[in-house]
Design a protein around this ligand. Structure first.
Ligand SMILES: Nc1nc2c(c(=O)[nH]1)N[C@H]1C(S)=C(S)[C@@H](COP(=O)(O)O)O[C@H]1N2
Ligand SMILES: [Mo]
Length: 205
């Protein structure tokens, strides 16, 4: 059990549930447009400076969950591999290489964009994308790939799993009705855009 499951946060697996995964032997490959492509072990990632950010994961299917996400800033890991100027997008690959999604570099470099392993101080389990997942609070949840094994530094954009099936390439959040997972699933209204989004204050009467 975890806070995410206690709140009944929905669990999505386009490619099917991955089953039990081994955190200790997990690796994350960074490759593509960089001077020092390399594979980080779980232990090496733990030794990098970690960040905790507050933010929400918001699904295009209209629910949103807020909390403290801990991991490594993408901006930091890109420095570790010496990103080339030609890098324009990051392409995230989930285990088994069925699910992928890409985001523009500009959004990856923002302070709340992480490769995350904990929510509210609890390690993420497989249901919620552990050992490692993307956390990109600026865009729809399909841009936050779960169980990430590889990040490719790309010079051009490639539509991913959901983008090929009709969801937008930009992943920009559209304002409208949205379930607040933290507030017992109450239906509220969320702001749109690709900045830090939140529920719109509505005057209660
Ligand atoms: N590997 C993988 N990552 C994924 C998905 C998926 O199906 N497979 N679904 C995405 C979608 S649509 C959303 S809204 C979030 C949901 O995260 P959760 O299942 O942890 O709540 O994960 C995203 N990452
Ligand atoms: Mo989603």
């Amino acid at each position: 059990m975890s806070k995410l499951s206690d709140m009944n946060t929905p669990i999505y697996w386009a490619e099917g549930h991955p089953g039990r995964l081994n955190r200790e032997s997990w690796t994350l490959e960074l490759s593509g447009a960089c001077e020092n492509p390399r594979t980080f072990s779980w232990q090496e990632l733990q030794s990098l400076p970690l960040s905790t950010v507050e933010g929400r994961l918001t699904s295009v299917t209209r629910w949103s969950v807020f909390g403290r996400w801990t991991g490594i800033r993408l901006s930091h890991i890109l420095k570790e591999v010496k990103m080339k100027d030609s890098c324009k997008y990051l392409r995230f690959w989930s285990q088994r290489l069925i699910y992928d999604t890409s985001i523009p570099l500009e959004i990856a470099l923002r302070e709340k964009s992480l490769i995350a392993w904990a929510f509210d101080d609890e390690l993420l389990d497989e249901n919620y994308g552990g050992p490692l997942r993307g956390f990109i609070p600026y865009l729809w949840g399909y841009k936050s790939a779960k169980c990430v094994v590889k990040i490719e530094l790309m010079e051009y954009y490639i539509p991913g799993y959901w983008e090929l099936r009709g969801y937008t390439d930009s992943g920009e959040i559209e304002a409208g009705a949205c379930v607040d997972v933290n507030d017992d699933g109450k239906l509220k209204v969320i702001a749109g855009g690709n900045e830090v989004i939140d529920f719109v204050k509505v005057n209660e009467r």
